[in-house]
Structure formats: structure tokens, C-alpha cells
Write a protein that binds this ligand. Sequence first.
Ligand SMILES: [Zn+2]
Length: 534
Amino acid sequence: MIMRKQTSLWALFFFSCMFLVTTPLLAQEKLSKRQIQKIKTETLNQVQEQHKMTQVMIDKIFSFAELGFQEYESSAYLTHILEQAGFTVERGISGIPTAWMAKWSYGTGPVIALGSDVDCIPKASQYPGVAYHKPMVEGAPGHGEGHNSGIPVIITAALTVQEQMKKNNLGGTLVVWPGIAEELVASKAWYVRDGYFDKIDMCIFTHVSSNLSVSYGQARGTGLVSVEYTFDGEAAHSAGSPWRGRSALDAAELMNVGWNYKREHLHPLKRSHSIFTDAGDQPNVVPSKASIWYYFRDVTYDGIMKMYNDGNNIAAGAAMMTDTKVSSRVLGTAWPRHFNKVIAETMFENIHTVGLPEWSNEDQQLAKAVQKEVESTNQEGLSTTLSDLGKPQKNAVSGGSDDIGDISWTIPTVTLRFPSNIPGLQGHHWSNAIAMATPIAHKGATAGAKVVATTVIDFLTKPQLLEQAKDYFVNVQSKETQYKPMITEKDPPPTYLNEEIMKQYRPQLEKFYFDETKYDTYLEQLNIKYPTIK
Ligand SMILES: [Zn+2]
């Protein structure tokens, strides 16, 4: 399967090169530098004019507050917008009910994918614009990662570019897609496995951040495999006949003890964490089933697979000690990310043109108050100077993961980070939700959409850029490392995850859905004074 994948990648590459050389494109070959500049200036103005639409999308998805694999409202809302704009939507891709891919073509030309995530974080419910912990629904999920802003960036950019393609006769195809269940890293490797990126030339991905930036080469952070181990034992009356029971929970606990001893000998770049997903039902019944779920992270594929193998051995040892049986299931995977130099450099020029948003005093007051509230080491408010172009790290840096890694090893890809959140927060936390339905998120997303749209225009109007990006992908990025999927052909995506939690909270969250027909902003609907500070 790996060989087949590589062969088809090469075939795709050569086919694409031939295509570029022999097929007459539409207008783009004839455009002068001045004409391209004019289109880009119009594009920037048009994105700015769409600011209201961007704001509504951000507020709406914030209010849905849906966890991974349960993004039903968000997906219905977003695909409707794209269909209204003439995109053709394929729903339920890779067997994931909330996943989709939307396409719009105009003549022939580059096929450019634009993506971002949509899911939120458990127990992160929080009123926007309020600089201290105030859940909207106690215990409910919330956008404590800021994924509500990414797809609005992408859709605003896509609809703007669409207009410019029609107006200037620029051939190409736009493919808009969501990262479903990114917090579980459980969709993008499946899209790749199922061929959804086979006929796409390049990908621009976006992720919320606190600055406007892009990088190339191996990114900071890790890749991971997410595995749940389930132990099977024998139930018995815990007091009446404990000698007849074999505790699955004992096995899960022993596995945890074993892994914690292992942890002392892990290289500091590696990360691992776990939760018990089934720890029995009640004390007087010896648990016949128990499950423990691990994320094994490292900065290389080989390192991840070594940890996975060690985990399997420790699980087998725990089963042996307790006379139970163990099985495991892969729930998610993410390759360490590697981003394309040519796309990143092209994008970085546009970042310079766009610059950071102009923050109001209110924006800065909110940011500083939140930083103070969570005792951040950064108490300087919102970013006012642009980051440099991110270059490959000499020494790898550990940290989080994103399954965009799998796509970045399939086609030339970058991630644009855009300034919709407050710097210096801990992540995956209610404080990260505070800015996400305020002018900070709205302005940051408009800046991000400007960069995405003008970068797409660059690739539509200068065919040599795509050739160079593909050359980097084949001859630099893939020279020593070959992508091997961590999932098999048969692993199903774990779409049942989070179902129970959403069933519990959705009825309460529905009362808070943003109604853009009645209110200008979500802050207005919630009757929040901006900013609300202690
Ligand atoms: Zn994220």
C-alpha cells in the first residue's frame, strides 16, 4: 500500500508538471505584474468588505460549541453557505457524518485546497468578552481553542477569490474542507487514506493564534498516535467471592503504573498523557471491563511508533499479571508537520502587506485583564509587531500536534496562523474562549482571510510558483522521509466519540445559538458590555 501511494504521488507530480507545460490556462499566463497587483489590491478590499459575513460565521460557530465528530450544526451551517455560493458539497466523507468537501471550478488550472478545524474543547464553556471564568453552561464544551474562527477565514477567502476568478478569467478549482475532530486528531489521516487529497495540487490550512505568521520545514511540536487499550476480565461479587473475579481495572491501573515507570526514560521531546475511559461501574462488582486511552507523541514518525510498540508491550504485561485479555484500537493519528518553503515565502510577503489588525483600547483592556487573570508571564496585551518567517528548527521543539501533518506529507501545504486570540494563555482552557466571539477574533480573521486570498491569487496567476512548490515537496521535503500512514486500510474513524457529552449539553446550548437575524453581534445577543472586567 505504501509503494502504491508513492507511485501514485510520483505519477501525480509528473502529470501535474506535464499539465502545466502543455495545457493552455485561461487568462493567467498573459497577466502582467501590474495586472496581478491590481487583482490583489481588489481582493484585499473585497475581504475587508466581507468583514460582517466573517463576523457572523465566527459568532455562529462559537455559539454551536460542538465537540469533535459532533459538528452537526456547524457543518450544516457552513455547507449551506458554500452551496449558496455555487460550490458542490460531498457530505459524510471518509465515513464521518460531520465531514465534507466543497468544490468549485472555473476552467482549468491549479486545484487548491483551503481548510481549517471546527471542533471545540470539553468543559471550556465561557461567556465571550468577560475577563474571568464565567461559563455559559456549567460543564459544557466551549471554544477554548478558537477553532470557531478558522473556517470563516477560509470561506471568506474562498468566496472572494471566486469572484476574482470569474471577473479576471482565472482558471482553477477551490476545495474547501473542515478538519473534523482535530482535538482527537481523527479525520485528516482518514481523508488522505481514502484519496480525498490525491487530485489536489496544494493546501493552505489556517489555525488561530495570537500573531499573523507562517513557517516552513519541520514545524514546532510533535506528531502522535492515539490508542485506547481495553482489558477484559471476569466479574464477581467484590465481597462475597472476590477470588473468582479477575479485575480489568487492576490491569488498566498496572498498565498506567508501568507506563509511568517508562516515562522516566523517555527523551524530553516525547510527550504522553492518558485518561481512563472505563474504570468499572460500582465497587461491589469486580470490573470485567476497563479501558485506558493514551496519546503517544514524538517529533519523528519512528519515535512515535517506538512509543506505540512500548505501550503495546506494557499493556500485554499488565494483562499477563492480572490474567485478563487486552485489545487496542487506534483512535487518532497525526504526522509531525512539515511545511512548504515556496508557499510559506509567498504567503509571508502577503502577511507583510496585510499587517496586524488595529486593536482598539477595549481589545487591549480585555487582553491584559485575561492575561492578568490567568497569571500569564506575558501581560503586554495583543501582539502589535509581526513575527518573522518561521524557518526550520535546528533542534526539534516538542509540543502539540495537528493532523494537518498527514496532509503536509501528501501535497505541498502550509498553515497560516492568524491573530484572533490573546497571547500567553495556556491553551485548551476557558480563558482561550474569551476573545473568540469579540472584535479581536473578528479582526484577526479578516487579516487572515486577506493573506489566504492574496496567496491563492498568487498561485492562480503565477504557474511557476506551483511548479517550485511541488519541486520542494518532491526533491527536498520527501528526499529522506517517506510518508507511511499510522492507520491501516481498515481502521474506522471513531465517530462515536463525544456523542454522549453532546447529547447531555446540546439542549442547554441550543438556547444560546446566535441569531444573526435579530442581533448584530453575539456580544449584543448575550447583552455583554465589552469588555467586562473585574
Ligand atoms: Zn487547534
